[in-house]
Ligand binder design. Structure first.
Ligand SMILES: C[S@@+](CC[C@H](N)C(=O)[O-])C[C@H]1O[C@@H](n2cnc3c(N)ncnc32)[C@H](O)[C@@H]1O
Length: 270
């Protein structure tokens, strides 16, 4: 499985006068064997808690909505992953059946939703941002036979979620503190399968970062999700793709899926 490299492009270091000592930050990329010191769920929770000190969007719903009010109208153009990730979409579609109902967490503008819509019978979205919900409706194709899906105005962790054959989510789990409960809720709501898409690596996805005992620990969100699924003893599949977004290097994307409760032996033959 590919691991993102140590990307120092984000560290804007000031030029130092000659002879001065340059203190470079040491970033430790957590591997599974580092778990002995902190469980994956504890790592996720601590990373979230610490992120609220540096990113006001993380802990403040009004800041988050203010961000989307500004960004939502250009989301599909500035974040074209769903349009470009052809192989990811093809493999996600292969997991769907034409009579499936699909519950999508954080559909945003509906970029992934529109690409999956033709493969299922019905869709419900759980989308907390009013700006994103408006964008979702605005971009939905004008087709009387297929009106826009119902959108529940709530966060996943707070909503009374309906069950569906498939629970799907793409890059929407960045504001969830209790990730184990959120993943178990997805598993509980899915009659057949849970499917997650998660971008890997800067500049498109920031890793989880924890400062502890004078060290900085980083773990890519996709890897951290897999760590937590492992901790929950959920058997999952983790496939990685390279998507050309026009950057210098291709963008890695994870497609993680697992069968719902009661179907846990499905990967035994893999
Ligand atoms: C980066 S956008 C991704 C949108 C879409 N899934 C895509 O990939 O094109 C993240 C979306 O997740 C939503 N979101 C953030 N936190 C959420 C939560 N706790 N529950 C449900 N949706 C959430 C945001 O409002 C936003 O629409």
């Amino acid at each position: 499985m590919a691991q993102a490299g140590n990307n120092l492009d984000d560290h804007h270091q000031k030029p130092q006068p000659e002879g001065s000592i340059i203190l470079l930050p040491i970033i430790l990329h957590m591997q599974p064997h580092n778990r002995s010191t902190m469980s994956p769920t504890a790592f996720w929770a601590l990373a979230f808690e610490q992120s609220t000190h540096v990113n006001p969007r993380q802990g403040d719903d009004r800041e988050e909505e203010a961000f989307w009010q500004e960004y939502a109208p250009q989301y599909d153009e500035r974040s074209p992953l769903a349009r470009l990730a052809t192989d990811v979409i093809a493999d996600a579609r292969a997991l769907l059946r034409s009579n499936d109902s699909l519950l999508e967490i954080g559909p945003g503008s509906g970029a992934f939703t529109r690409r999956l819509a033709g493969c299922v019978t019905s869709i419900i979205g759980v989308e907390p941002s009013a700006a994103m919900r408006a964008e979702f409706v605005r971009r939905w194709p004008d087709d009387d036979a297929h009106p826009p899906p119902q959108l529940i105005a709530a966060k996943w962790e707070d909503c009374a979620a309906p069950t569906a054959d498939i629970v799907f989510s793409a890059n929407a789990l960045y504001r969830v503190t209790d990730i184990a409960t959120a993943l178990l809720k997805m598993t509980g709501c899915a009659r057949r399968r849970v499917i997650l898409v998660q971008t890997v690596g800067r500049p498109h996805a920031n890793p989880l970062v924890v400062q502890a005992q004078g060290n900085t620990y980083e773990r890519e969100r996709a890897d951290a999700l897999c760590d937590v699924l492992g901790e929950l003893e959920i058997k999952f599949r983790d496939r990685r793709y390279l998507v050309d977004r026009g950057d210098r290097t291709a963008c890695e994307v994870a497609l993680i899926d697992w069968p719902s409760a009661g179907k846990s032996s499905e990967f035994d033959a893999d």
